[in-house]
Design a protein around this ligand. Structure first.
Ligand SMILES: [Zn+2]
Length: 637
């Protein structure tokens, strides 16, 4: 998964996926119960998405049942979202009928995602009807439960539109799904299709695991970009306009390179086909969500055709693609849950997301999606943010992963003091450090690529899940090169700073510096945020001068400014990015303080900042005393 703000923020239907260990245990337990002789239920699901532009979806399910109480679940813990994010408050219109009778139901008092339905005698099937009302507009919902439909396109995430019976693991339940789309819409998915009749698609029967892992993208403006033939890999793009689909050929060529570079990195593929499902819309939530044979990635409408938007979204698809290996094929044991009700444990997200972030960034450069300079600028911004995270003094990196089920959706306000999901960005720095240690210890003979071959490679073939623990990571690293990896990672995960871990960057022949030059990436990001004075006076902005965050112990915070206030004027002149930059520059040759007029809950105050160090933006510059290994790391293989 990837939040686009961080920037920066399986579909093995006919195949038998290897059951995660937890699932195997649950399966054994289940088989020892009274249902020992019962056949696993086969459920039909008809989804009517013809009202997608109204953002309401109508589902009808036929579920085998017997007299007594039937317990049904609405998926709560969503794979790749790492938490209990199933959008239960958008489940509406729930009714159950059998033999023409409406059945009574009641929600569980201890778990709001669970329903108990009273089944009368003589009933063998229950008809369930439900509507999913997809959030309209920004802000509401998390990830696949967030805004997912526009006038011209939608993404169907099956977990939001179904129920499943208690007593079975998700691998055991079979779903026969069909989907009706608005007239003329085209679609893409990794879910195998059985037949199509006009706007109705019937899919092959698959396990619930596979169904939930195989979303469908659909829209009026739709384009398929072939990437490779064997195995078939393609980008299925739905956009809010025809113009948004007209990506330059060289841009698409970079994604062809991505598939080749990934195969070289990992040495094997664990999917039959692979589909990048790419939504281009300013009206859906922006994030990426990984699946075994596809990914659901969503960014601004002009992310392929506008060079600035392209730069901001540059790391998204490579990150989600890496997850097919790191996250889906290799999965932390605590995340390989048997169904969608059992809580997940997120302690290994520093591998699941952290290593994916590093490898996704490396592959974005190896494939040409990012230039070497853009890669370095991205790394510099990452390092600078983490180097200005006072929250590390009270909260270690491990806790940013452990806490995810409870608090992954924290606001940007006070982010530098709360700490955010730093197991993404900080572990880019840590895994680069690992890469450098391997290279140094082996005198350049080995690298992180060797780890990936061992950990993620093996035989190519259909999706399967191989779980791992902390020990497995340490042991595989030791197989690459003996080193005290346990101590290394324990220190990385539990230390309290003060600064960001920059040893990997420094060993690779580069240094993090701050100067007055804004990189292309910096300018582009500021174009959307208004201004960035994070590393000068400690101010980050949303649009319109709203202060997104202040960094503790930096000049703005010390002067009394806090998040949520609004910057109105700088040295008496209306606030714009230009007026703020001009004031910072003038302050260098003046002893006068910088004066900020700030609105706070209808009151205005002028704050004086005794600051004279000018603009400060992060860059990586060469350290000529060392060889340039970083450039070697990102060179196409
Ligand atoms: Zn991710």
């Amino acid at each position: 998964m990837r939040l686009v703000r961080i920037l920066i923020a399986c579909c093995a239907s006919l195949l038998i996926c290897a059951l995660p260990a937890a699932a195997q245990k649950a399966q054994k337990a289940h088989k020892a119960t009274a249902q020992e002789t019962a056949a696993a239920p086969r459920i039909t699901l008809s989804l009517d998405a013809t009202e997608a532009p109204r953002k309401i979806f109508h589902a009808r399910l036929t579920i085998p049942a017997s007299p007594g109480t039937l317990t049904l679940y609405y998926p709560k813990w969503i794979p790749g979202e790492h938490g209990p994010t199933g959008p239960i408050d958008d489940l509406t219109g729930l009714t159950f009928t059998a033999n023409g009778q409406t059945l009574k139901w009641r929600r569980d008092l201890l778990d709001g995602w669970t329903f108990h339905v009273e089944i009368p005698g003589g009933v063998s099937n229950v008809e369930a009807a439900l509507d999913f009302v997809s959030p309209a507009g920004g802000g509401r919902g998390m990830f696949s439960g967030a805004a997912s439909a526009t006038d011209k396109m939608t993404v169907v995430s099956w977990n939001t539109m179904l129920l499943y019976p208690a007593g079975w693991v998700s691998d055991e339940l079979t779903y026969e799904a069909s989907l009706r789309l608005p007239t003329g819409w085209k679609y893409g998915t990794a879910l195998p299709v059985a037949s199509q009749n006009g706007d109705e698609i019937k899919f092959q029967p698959v396990s619930l695991t596979t169904l939930v892992d195989s979303p469908v993208i659909a829209g009026e403006y739709f384009r398929i970009v072939p990437l490779s033939e064997n195995p078939l890999q393609e980008i299925d793009i739905a956009a809010d306009s025809a113009a948004a689909l007209e990506a330059p050929e060289d841009v698409l060529d970079h994604y062809k390179n991505l598939t080749g570079q990934a195969l070289k990195l990992f040495g094997a593929q664990h999917f039959r086909d692979y589909h990048f499902l790419y939504s281009l819309s300013d009206h859906v939530a922006h994030f990426g969500l990984e699946h075994h044979e596809s990914n659901d990635s969503r960014s601004a409408e002009r992310s392929l055709v506008d060079s600035q938007q392209r730069l901001l979204a540059a790391g998204l698809l490579s990150h989600e693609y890496v997850h097919s290996w790191n996250g889906k094929y290799r999965r932390p044991a605590g995340l390989a849950t048997p169904d969608y009700q059992k809580p997940m444990q997120d302690d290994l997200l520093w591998v699941y997301e952290g290593l994916t972030s590093y490898l996704g960034d490396v592959l974005s450069a190896r494939s040409g999606i990012r230039t070497a300079e853009q890669f370095r600028d991205t790394l510099a911004r990452t390092a600078a943010r983490l180097d200005h995270t006072p929250g590390r003094t009270w909260r270690n990196l491990q806790d940013t992963a452990d806490a995810v089920p409870a608090m992954q959706g924290g606001p940007q306000q006070w982010e530098s003091w709360r700490r955010t999901v730093d197991y993404y960005a900080e572990d880019v720095l840590n895994w680069l450090w690992v890469d450098m240690i391997i290279r140094q210890q082996t005198h350049g003979a080995k690298s992180i690529d060797d780890f990936c071959h061992l950990f993620h490679g093996g035989e190519s073939g259909p999706p399967q899940v191989k779980t791992y623990t902390f020990d497995d990571v340490v042991n595989t690293l030791n197989q690459v090169v003996p080193y005290d990896w346990r101590v290394f990672w324990t220190e990385r995960l539990t230390n309290h700073g003060p600064g960001a871990p920059l040893a990997g960057i420094e060993a690779s022949g580069w240094k993090l510096v701050y100067d007055e030059k804004r990189s292309e990436l910096q300018r582009t990001a500021e174009g959307y945020e208004g201004a960035d004075a994070a590393y000068s006076i400690g101010l980050l902005f949303n649009k319109d001068g709203i202060i997104a965050d202040t960094i503790e112990d930096m000049p703005a915070a010390k002067a009394g400014i806090g998040p949520g206030m609004k910057l109105i004027a700088v040295n008496g002149k209306k606030f714009t990015g230009d007026s703020l930059r001009a004031a910072l520059k003038e302050g260098k040759s003046s002893s006068a303080p910088i004066e900020l007029l700030v609105e706070n809950s209808d009151y205005y105050h002028t704050y004086k900042l005794d600051y004279h160090s000018g603009e400060r933006y992060p860059h990586l510059v060469r350290d000529e005393s060392k060889s340039d290994v970083l450039s070697e790391i990102i060179k196409a293989k």
